[in-house]
Design a protein around this ligand. Structure first.
Ligand code: MG
Length: 334
């Protein structure tokens, strides 16, 4: 055991964990912790190194970037708060205390924050004046389990997952009985009508649309409860999904949790919970080829693109948030 507490002395990236914030002293560019497995990845690598931009959290999740404000938000689920990091000066503060154990965050097409809350078992929207609107907490009379992650499509529809980790126990919510299947939903905020778009997941988790919105990717992290550990992809057919198939399944005994698409449709997903050498982020081509890895000293739960030009990858990884400049950008507005 080293001072990192989790990594053996010869772990190639264990050296990060003992370091404070910012650039790593002596980093040789390009960063050896950014591993290209395919030249399609090399082309997207910047001459950059991984930075730890914030630390001291219990479980970082749900990152979302606000270009108009120049800040990143993310959830610190067990500590029951949403945090904010200002890009201009690196200042970190509490954005929302008593967040109801918020998890996934995103923005709608008007720029409003949309949040999954474990403790209140609902999806909410934060209005420009700070008021919180409940978008959904029930379906056909049954309480949701504990919404986990959420995205908003170009038509304003809110797609979210409801695996129920937040009612497994008190750490990330509270213990409660499930009243409903662990579904994937599409909610039309104009009508308030929600439909179940997938009901055959063990634990549906992170989700992402392809840039043209023809495909929806959804993580199944069911391995936490004896189920699968993979990403599925569906063809989006209007308001429904069809042709579901496995997109990537090389995660077990670990698993992925959250994911985002870049402008070329590559899928960047988190990785953790098994071999520390695999902790971090992976990048898959739309055809399913694994293109590269971003190795982190902590298990990663979720990520987003951001920065003023959209080419900075923010990674919520256990107790810290990391950032890496890339030669690609996320889908605008995601
Ligand atoms: Mg998640």
């Amino acid at each position: 055991m080293t001072e990192t507490g989790h990594h053996s002395a010869d772990h190639p990236f264990g050296r990060y964990a003992a370091l404070p914030l910012g650039d790593l002293p002596g980093t040789r560019y390009p960063d050896a912790a950014v591993e290209a497995l395919d030249k399609r990845f090399t082309a997207r690598q910047g001459n950059a190194a991984i930075q730890r931009i914030a630390t001291g959290f219990r479980w970082a999740e749900g990152p979302v970037y606000f270009a108009d404000g120049g800040y990143l938000l993310w959830s610190d689920i067990p500590n029951n708060r949403i945090m904010r990091w200002l890009e201009d000066d690196g200042h970190v503060s509490v954005f929302r205390a008593h967040s109801h154990h918020a998890n996934g965050n995103t923005r709608d097409r008007s720029g409003r924050l949309v949040t999954c809350e474990h403790d209140t078992r609902r999806v909410t929207r934060t209005e420009p004046d700070g008021r919180i609107t409940v978008l959904m907490d029930r379906h056909e009379g049954h309480r949701l389990n504990a919404p986990n992650d959420v995205i908003v499509a170009n038509d304003g529809a809110i797609w979210f997952t409801d695996p129920g980790y937040g009612i497994d126990g008190p750490y990330e919510g509270h213990q409660a009985e499930s009243e409903i299947s662990r579904n994937v939903y599409r909610l039309d905020p104009a009508t308030g009508r929600a439909t179940v778009v997938a009901d055959d997941f063990s634990r549906p988790n992170g989700l992402a649309l392809s840039p043209d919105e023809s495909r929806l990717y959804v993580v199944d992290s069911g391995i936490t409860h004896g189920g699968p550990s993979h990403i599925r992809v569906f063809d989006v057919d209007g308001t429904t999904l069809r042709n579901g198939r496995v997109f990537a399944d090389d995660f077990a005994p670990g698993f992925t949790d959250g994911l985002r698409a870049d402008v070329d449709g590559n899928i960047w997903c988190s990785m953790g919970w098994a071999d520390p050498a695999e902790d971090g982020v992976r990048c898959y081509a739309p055809d399913g080829d694994l293109l590269g890895k971003v190795h982190l000293p902590e298990a990663c739960a979720n990520l987003c693109f951001g920065g003023r030009k959209g080419h900075r990858l923010f990674m919520a990884a256990s107790t810290s948030v990391y950032a890496l400049y890339l030669n690609t950008t996320g889908v605008p507005g995601r």
